[in-house]
Design a protein around this ligand. Structure first.
Ligand code: 13P
Ligand code: SF4
Length: 391
């Protein structure tokens, strides 16, 4: 049960309140130094056969991604999960909100497992249901709620997706944000406004760079200030009401590093994810989802130079897979997503071996009402016409 109004990182909860992990692992978690981990994961996968479907997000570690039956960005993985109704167990190597979406999009008999429950997402935690409902009431008090369509990024809790479902809104991902916003702006006539949750950067980048809105038409709703820190006039003039959330990984990339790298590397191409700050996206040559980033590098000519602004596991994997291209990371420092990295080989082996024994550990189950309402918003997304050129 995952839809209570609590942050998604359940640190300190459960049977061991002092444990950083905060997760009960019945039986022993294998030691990371166990030389048999790869063989154990292979053996467990073989025993489970077609009953098992392992999904791996592009930001997962290599040690985990080697066991994924499919890899993808969050949009592709949501579709892949929905397309495997025969798999009894879906093991999601990704983060909590992705596993929730997989649970919503799969049948009631299918069980979704997240190998480490501490694999949350700091961005998703920045929009909590109580905060969003308070904002919604404030929009009503300001006299604009009737014009507002809520749109939430996939990187949000099931409770926020359900909020969008019951209030005429939709879910989007980084690969379809443009078409989702076009859909939203068509819902209430020319005066439609969008409340975009929880990533201000994806919302701003898409509204300004893809839909042609001006920066002045984008306002930021700060949930820690009264009325979001906005006046009724500011709300009346706005087209995009951006929730004050961001990705702690992509938020680190900065425009001065782009300048420095361009000065050092001739003919450099800068390729970034739309969760980066607007100033970074403005200086980049190309912007798109993780799936788009991969396809772009695959299609790039040998000898070309690329600075990539996304999570480091993916950038490293691309660099290893394309030694004929000059691939570099767009930050001075190491920049992994710490929660994505929580899923490691010991947790994967632990989850798979328990499934072999008939024990479903770390199951992600969204309660039926939240699931039904979130499904409305997810199905609206899956029914959107075409796809963005960023796919
Ligand atoms: P995509 O998978 O949609 O590219 O999103 C990146 C991300 O931050 C996932 O957590
Ligand atoms: Fe969340 Fe950012 Fe990590 Fe993705 S990369 S899971 S958005 S913190």
């Amino acid at each position: 049960m995952t839809t209570v109004d609590l942050p998604l990182l359940p640190l300190g909860r459960g049977t061991d309140p002092l444990s950083e992990r905060g997760v009960e692992c019945p039986g022993d978690l294998p030691a990371p130094s166990d030389p048999d981990l790869v063989a154990r994961a292979q053996a467990a996968k073989e025993k489970l056969g077609d009953k098992l479907f392992v999904l791996g997000h592009h930001y997962q570690r290599d040690e985990v991604i080697q066991f994924a039956d499919v890899t993808g960005d969050s949009f592709k993985l949501a579709r892949d999960a929905a397309a495997r109704p025969d798999a009894e167990y879906i093991v999601f190597c990704g983060v909590h909100f992705m596993a929730e979406s997989a649970d919503i999009l799969t049948g009631p008999e299918q069980k979704v497992v997240l190998p480490d429950l501490a694999a949350g997402c700091s961005m998703a935690d920045m929009a909590r249901l109580a905060q969003v409902e308070k904002a919604w009431d404030a929009l009503a008090a300001a006299g604009v709620q009737d014009q507002v369509v809520p749109v939430t990024y996939m990187n949000s809790s099931a409770a926020i997706k359900a909020f969008c479902g019951r209030n005429g809104g939709v879910v989007c991902t980084s690969s379809n944000a443009e078409v989702a916003l076009e859909w939203a702006f068509a819902q209430k006539g020319p005066d439609t406004k969008v409340l975009f949750l929880p990533d201000q950067h994806l919302g701003r980048n898409t509204a300004v760079l893809e839909l042609g809105h001006s920066l002045d038409q984008c306002v930021v709703w700060n949930p820690f200030k009264a009325d979001g820190g906005l006046t009724a006039e500011e709300l009346a003039d706005a087209r995009m009401i951006l929730w004050k959330g961001h990705c702690s990984v992509h938020g680190r990339f900065s425009p001065d590093v782009i300048d420095e790298l361009r000065a050092k590397v001739p003919d450099l191409n800068v390729l970034v994810h739309p969760e980066c700050q607007h100033e970074v996206v403005l200086k980049a040559d190309l912007v798109g989802s993780t799936e788009f980033i991969i396809k772009t590098i695959e299609a790039a000519p040998a000898g070309s130079s690329w600075a990539i602004g996304t999570e480091l596991n993916l950038v490293q994997r691309l660099a290893n897979a394309h030694p004929d291209k000059n691939i570099m990371f767009l930050d001075r420092n190491v920049c992994y997503c710490s929660t994505m990295n929580r899923i490691d080989l010991p947790h994967l082996v632990w989850a798979l071996e328990n499934l072999v024994e008939g024990r479903v550990v770390n199951q992600i189950e969204v309660d039926p009402q939240t699931e039904a309402e979130a499904l409305v918003a997810l199905e609206r997304m899956l029914a959107l016409p075409g796809k963005s050129h960023k796919d």
